[in-house]
Ligand binder design. Structure first.
Ligand code: FEO
Length: 167
């Protein structure tokens, strides 16, 4: 059975994953109306779906352990971006914040000696390592590309096969 404090902490993570899904959905919609970003659009839509899956996994876990998963209200995410680079910078910053939140949860689980939750969270720890690494790779590539249009063309083409989150 989850403690009240662990249930509340996990519900905060439900909110964070839902916000992530919403933020990447907005990035997808923005990319969708930019010329020549079909690959990036696909990447953001897929990433949004992955975040929803992260949220659902938490909801099932909370309820399975005798808690009550709260479906949260969501604020409107950022809708437009000055550049593709700035969208990917936001994505990386977002993932770093999620990693930090997961680390805090792991810490709380250990302090409470809630080893089942600690074990459950290990999947998220690994997932965050992958997501951070992928987000950094995208930012590094965009930094190299700068304003080079042929570089951007290749980036958009290649991002579809870069595995994506949760690969
Ligand atoms: Fe589920 Fe990308 O954090």
């Amino acid at each position: 059975m989850l403690s009240k404090s662990m249930q509340d902490a996990l519900n905060k993570q439900v909110l964070m994953e839902a916000q992530s899904s919403q933020a990447y959905l907005a990035m997808a919609s923005w990319a969708d109306i930019q010329p020549g970003l079909k690959g990036v659009t696909q990447f953001f839509f897929k990433h949004s779906d992955e975040e929803r899956m992260h949220m659902l996994k938490l909801i099932h876990y909370i309820n399975d352990r005798g808690g009550f998963a709260v479906v949260p209200a969501l604020a409107q995410p950022v809708l437009t971006f000055v550049s593709l680079k700035s969208a990917f910078e936001e994505l990386l910053n977002h993932e770093l914040a999620v990693s930090s939140s997961i680390n805090d949860l792991v810490d709380s689980a250990l302090k409470e000696k809630d080893y089942a939750t600690h074990n459950f969270l290990q999947w998220y720890v690994m997932e965050q390592m992958e997501e951070e690494s992928l987000a950094r790779e995208c930012n590094d590539k965009l930094e190299l590309i700068g304003d080079d249009k042929s570089g951007l063309y290749l980036f958009d083409r290649d991002i579809v096969s870069m595995g994506g989150p949760g690969k």
